[in-house]
Ligand binder design. Structure first.
Ligand code: AP5
Length: 393
């Protein structure tokens, strides 16, 4: 699960991130926390950042992007993360998209917490923190049972230097100018949800958990019509590119050449190859010749008359994936191979007719199985390409 918590200073991003992190056992990457730690340790980064932070301004993009890039490369974040306080500018958001694309992953959701300005000022001016165990309190809403000492470890609580009135004003101004544009940035990517952050901590966290996919009855959150349209766009890109690759299949062409065509056609349509870089997969296309069932890596192998080739292609548009595969005969093929392709196609179409509301996945596989089982050689066997004439669906 990969999430971004967005919102003005003091809306409760850090408080809610701690709750979701504990629930899902994923990591929190808070640029504010990382920068404050650097300031405390007086590292070169901390010394550079301190002035910007005390005034309530933003630390330069290049510094923060480098910091997050390094954190995301850490293998402990492979199973998911919440980014709290990053991105905060459009260049930061673009850099994040680039880093995730390089890894073949995307953001699952961006939650924009909304709280009135008066409430933000109350929250920030009353916030206290423990410099030792990092617990956060609020003098009115979440006071420590030990007054001005931390109830967990007894350390004296402190106030952040940027929670002074002047710095708060500056932070809110910077938010409006530089961070608020990210709302439309992520709206366009169809990953944004708005959440009322003005309710109690527990109510907000219940809603945050629901929003990121943990509905009480475990149901899948349905995609919006706009999200479905983007998914359709991704699928259209795949269909068009795959059609061009399919037409290029002929004796003598290498699977590597087909791969180049696939990548070019996907990029021409403003999309990204979905497979390239995914778990280190090196190519755009999966090209499986004859007895290779799936995931054939394109190479210098030349196709021969009578081969059949499975072409599997995926594209990403606006963070959504389209994916499709076809099997193509190379030149003229034996009657049995032709029949294999024909029966497979018929079975696929019968399976698709069963993909409808109220049916189960098993209805699809049953339709496929029933059609293929009618033929003497059966569905479980696999195609050997050079004459054994068995079926693979
Ligand atoms: P950062 O630490 O990220 O500060 P921020 O975004 O201003 O956010 P806060 O930590 O102030 O608020 P929050 O939304 O997390 O609220 P919290 O949960 O603590 O950044 C600090 C500085 O670092 C920046 O100004 C900048 O200089 C630099 N920086 C960081 N990231 C950067 C980036 N990407 N690029 C450039 N510079 C960057 O809650 C606030 C208070 O409210 C708490 O006391 C809490 O107990 C209370 N509270 C929370 N929820 C509720 C609730 N529901 N009801 C009542 N009280 C609540």
């Amino acid at each position: 699960m990969r999430l971004v918590f967005l919102g003005a200073p003091g809306v409760g991003k850090g408080t809610q991130a701690d709750k979701v992190v504990a629930h899902y056992c994923i990591c929190k990457i808070s640029t504010g926390d990382l920068l404050r730690e650097a300031v405390r340790n007086q590292t070169p980064l901390g010394l550079e950042a301190k002035g910007y932070m005390d005034r309530g301004g933003l630390v330069p993009d290049s510094v923060v992007i480098g910091l997050v890039r390094e954190k995301l490369a850490d293998s402990s974040n492979a199973s998911g993360f919440i980014l709290d306080g990053f991105p905060r500018t459009v260049p930061q958001a673009e850099a994040l998209t680039k880093v995730l694309n390089e890894r073949g992953v995307r953001l699952d959701r961006v939650i924009n917490f909304e709280v009135s300005r008066e409430e933000i000022v109350r929250r920030l001016s009353g916030r206290r923190g423990c410099p030792n165990c990092k617990a956060t309190y609020h003098v009115d809403f979440a006071p420590s049972k030990m007054g001005s000492a931390c109830e967990r470890c007894g350390e004296a609580l402190t106030q952040r230097s940027d929670d002074q009135p002047e710095a708060i004003e500056m932070r809110l101004r910077v938010y409006e100018e530089q961070t608020a544009p990210l709302i439309s940035f992520y709206e366009k990517q169809h990953v944004l949800s708005h959440l009322n952050g003005a309710e109690t901590v527990d109510t907000v966290s219940q809603k945050s958990l629901t929003d990121v996919g943990d509905t009480p009855d475990g149901m899948i959150i349905l995609k919006t019509p706009a999200e479905i349209e983007v998914m359709a766009q991704a699928s259209r890109v795949v269909a068009e590119a795959l059609d061009i690759v399919r037409k290029a299949v002929q004796p003598g062409i290498t699977t590597e050449e087909l791969d180049s065509i696939a990548e070019q056609e996907i990029r021409l349509r403003g999309a990204l190859p979905a497979f390239k870089g995914y778990r280190n997969y090196p190519r755009t296309l999966c090209a499986s010749v004859n007895d290779q069932v799936v995931h054939g890596i394109p190479s210098k192998r030349k196709l021969k008359e009578g081969d059949i080739i499975g072409l599997d292609l995926g594209a990403i548009v606006g963070g959504f994936y389209g994916d499709s595969a076809v099997t193509v005969a190379v030149g003229s093929v034996s009657d049995a191979t032709e029949k294999l392709v024909q029966v497979t196609k018929e079975a696929l179409h019968l399976g698709i007719t069963q993909a409808r509301v109220g049916n189960r996945l098993a209805d699809i596989s049953h339709a496929v199985q029933q059609h293929v089982a009618w033929y003497p050689t059966g569905v479980d066997a696999h195609h050997e390409g050079d004459g054994t004439d068995e079926f693979c669906v």
